[in-house]
Design a protein around this ligand. Structure first.
Ligand SMILES: *[C@@H]1O[C@H](CO)[C@@H](O)[C@H](O)[C@H]1NC(C)=O
Ligand SMILES: *[C@@H]1O[C@H](CO)[C@@H](O)[C@H](O)[C@H]1NC(C)=O
Ligand SMILES: *[C@@H]1O[C@H](CO)[C@@H](O)[C@H](O)[C@H]1NC(C)=O
Ligand SMILES: CC(=O)N[C@H]1CO[C@H](CO)[C@@H](O)[C@@H]1O
Length: 411
């Protein structure tokens, strides 16, 4: 539907205005730079402006001009009318509530780094054997990334290994010790460690439905790390195929438990259903806007891959613009709801189409850093071998192709 609108405009060459969601500006763009009635051409980055519903949001315009002086294609009609997406109703405001969050700073990504994936390997082999089914991240690889300026590492682990018997049960002391050593290595260097139970909302393969037990798990974890303010709690990796209210309730149970355990300084990353995809956030996870935190430190963690089905399993990206196209709806949702977000996983293949798409994506996040707090490449870890996105130094495919680009986005 969207494509036919675009095709119509560009095929005829007579349309003077871009249609809904059409590109309307950017480096080397030669099509119409104004939009049809009801839409405004909004600058996203040097390569891409897009016709968005409504008049230009005041907040977006402010954010953009603070990071670039080339916002020429932006409409000057910044009235008090705000950008509205059809899922947003009563909560839309004309102020910039997100800007008040300490997590977001205009023109800068607060958290930028690499997922560290390996302690959750060997899914199904529980507890499994260290060195065979799973391992822990390489501290020397993390040090290499820190030397490049990266400041955030998401440490994936398996809940089945940390609490082997039941969610309300006690920790496996050895796994906890290894996990904590990784976390401490990161935070002692002044970086942030995102604690990521890489469990997809499941425990031993079963959807977690016992909210109190989930709270109990988080209470124990938060107690363990309460004094480390550079730890970030990520409630769970990629809920999917779950009741939407359950996803809300599990996130809220985690938040409540973490705060009740006395961990009050840390940020909490909440994730959504449908693998926490940014591209479906505005239609799937809108109820999560009602999550509450007495410390007001909720960050909405989304994931986004750029291959055709968005699964992150192909080195082929859909197009050079797909990065921006897949997250723009989430950007609008965050701003309209006064929330801040974090792109907890992204990646692209080692080729020029993906490179342009990734560049566009990161420029978009940066240009909208009043609502986007940062991003993490998927993934580093010693066992990725020749994986298409491996960011493991010195020879990972993603690392050798993308490190020089990604380094530029470190705050
Ligand atoms: C865009 O234009 C610049 C010059 O303005 C040129 O150097 C560059 O190659 C062009 N890029 C593409 C993709 O056409
Ligand atoms: C923890 O790491 C040590 C090596 O440092 C290893 O010998 C041990 O098996 C690991 N245990 C677990 C449960 O990860
Ligand atoms: C959601 O975002 C997409 C862009 O990712 C946009 O095309 C779509 O119109 C948005 N839908 C709603 C309901 O806001
Ligand atoms: C995109 C990607 O590679 N996702 C992987 C993340 O890690 C889990 C297990 O650690 C895999 O199941 C996913 O395929």
């Amino acid at each position: 539907m969207k494509t036919s609108v675009l095709a119509g405009i560009f095929a005829t060459g007579v349309a003077a205005q871009g249609g809904p969601w059409a590109q309307c500006g950017g480096n080397n763009f030669s099509g119409p730079t104004t939009c049809v009635s009801g839409y405004t051409c909004v600058y996203q980055n040097d390569w891409y402006s897009q016709c968005l519903p409504g008049a230009a949001p005041t907040t977006a315009t402010t954010a953009k001009t603070s990071t670039t002086t080339k916002a020429t294609s932006t409409s000057t009609k910044a009235t008090s009318t705000t950008l509205k997406t059809s899922t947003v109703s009563s909560t839309t405001t004309s102020s910039a509530p997100a800007a008040s969050s300490s997590a977001a700073t205009k023109g800068k990504l607060k958290w930028f780094g690499i997922n560290q994936s390996c302690a959750e390997f060997g899914q199904g082999s529980y507890p499994g054997t260290w060195g065979k089914h799973f391992t822990f991240p390489s501290t020397s690889s993390i040090q290499t990334h820190i030397n490049d300026g990266y400041n955030t590492f998401r440490v994936a682990f398996a809940m089945e290994r940390l609490v082997p018997n039941q969610l309300t049960g006690s920790f496996d002391a050895d796994y906890l010790k290894n996990l904590t050593e990784t976390v401490n290595f990161i935070t002692n260097k002044g970086s942030y460690a995102v604690l990521d139970p890489h469990n997809f909302g499941r425990y031993y393969g079963n959807i977690i439905t016992d909210k109190a037990a989930f709270g109990s798990f988080w209470s124990k974890v938060a107690t363990q790390y309460a004094s480390n303010s550079r730890v970030i709690f990520d409630t769970n990796n990629e809920y999917h195929d779950m009741d939407q209210n359950l996803v809300f309730d599990l996130n809220q149970a985690a938040i409540n438990a973490i705060r009740a355990a006395g961990a009050t300084s840390q940020y909490i990353f909440v994730e959504g259903n449908s693998y926490s995809g940014a591209w479906t956030w505005n239609t799937t996870n809108t109820n999560l806007g009602a999550l509450t935190d007495p410390e007001n430190k909720i960050v909405y963690e989304m994931h986004q891959y750029l291959d055709s089905d968005g699964s992150g399993t192909s080195a082929t990206c859909v197009s050079t613009e797909i990065g921006v196209q897949r997250v723009i709806g989430a950007t609008n949702w965050l701003r309209a709801n006064g929330k801040v977000g974090f792109l907890g996983e992204f990646a692209g293949g080692a080729n020029s189409v993906c490179q342009t798409a990734v560049t566009g994506l990161l420029e978009h996040l940066k240009a909208n850093s009043d609502v986007w707090t940062g991003a993490l490449w998927w993934a580093g870890g010693p066992w990725w071998g020749d994986y298409i996105y491996s960011f493991e130094p010195p020879s990972g495919t993603g690392y050798t192709y993308y490190n020089s680009l990604l380094k530029k986005y470190v705050a």
